[in-house]
Design a protein around this ligand. Structure first.
Ligand code: ADP
Length: 258
């Protein structure tokens, strides 16, 4: 498997306190990875380093054949898209305009090219947002907004999709719809997906690899079955929990003890 990322001894701190304390890992192309862990563990920071948003790290991060630190923001944006928890849009842009903005890293001239419009339309088709195209972003519900933001990320035509708790404000149905789209992108287009999430059970259902972060280090890394053990849950989240196999065979799920 070719690597999307090769990370060696990654360290990062915002101030004096170290946040990432020596992470070494490889993430292959086409993997679907869920990153879990308690608040403040360093999950978002790790994701932001991979997205090229935090540049003052120590250690070595290779993106494909390139050293991430030497890649320009535009070069990276052609290959990596980042979906945050929530997106605030100050100006009254329509959903269609927001999706088209995803094409910016690919734009050569001042106007949208046929390829830009095609890319945006395809992304809206995939995320079922075409009908929202003319609505103002602020008019949309939380679930619709996240789908539009995902469409904008997909219009970027990325190889890698990084998501930071993308479904945290969505209800159960929309959470699953959102992850269904991610699964299709992963299976049908071999898109590499790395998603930070607090929803362990959702992550176990969709991701094939789970990384548990604690105190800026990987505390566990493997299949959801290997990572979600009562012992790990106790060590990483400090909770007593039982682990069960899902009846549909799609991974396992946890039930914290009350
Ligand atoms: P997680 O995503 O696991 O909740 P984060 O990566 O967001 O953790 O944060 C890890 C640590 O870094 C926390 O202690 C947090 O307070 C700190 N931190 C995060 N962002 C910043 C920032 N912009 N400036 C200073 N400290 C930050």
């Amino acid at each position: 498997m070719t690597a999307a990322y090769r990370v060696k001894d990654l360290q990062f701190s915002y101030s004096r306190t170290p946040v990432l304390q020596g992470i070494s890992t490889e993430i292959g192309r086409g993997e679907f990875v869920a990153v879990i862990g308690p608040n403040g563990a360093g999950k978002s920071t790790f994701l932001k380093v991979l997205a090229g948003l935090l540049r003052r790290y120590k250690g070595d991060v290779q993106f494909g054949e390139n050293n991430l630190a030497r890649m320009s923001a535009q070069e990276l944006a052609r290959q990596v898209a980042f979906v945050p928890q929530e997106t605030h849009v100050v100006f009254p842009f329509s959903a269609g305009e927001i999706v088209l903005m995803g094409r910016l890293p690919h734009r050569e001239g001042f106007f949208d090219s046929p390829a830009d419009l095609e890319g945006a339309n395809a992304a809206m088709e995939l995320t079922d947002t075409a009908a929202l195209s003319r609505k103002t972003f602020s008019e949309l519900s939380g679930g619709e907004r996240q789908r539009v933001v995902l469409a904008s990320a997909l219009a970027q035509d990325p190889e890698v999709l990084l998501l930071d708790e993308p479904t945290v404000y969505l209800d159960l149905k929309h959470q699953m719809q959102f992850y269904d789209i991610l699964e299709r992108l992963n299976l049908e287009r071999q898109m590499t997906i790395i998603s930070v999430t607090h929803d362990i059970n959702l992550a176990a259902r969709y991701a094939r690899r789970m990384i548990a972060v604690r105190d800026g280090r990987f505390a566990a890394d493997g299949s959801p079955e290997a990572v979600l053990t009562p012992q790990h849950l106790y060590e990483i989240f400090e909770i007593a929990a039982s682990v069960f196999q899902r009846p549909d065979g799609r991974g396992n799920y946890i039930v914290p003890a009350s």
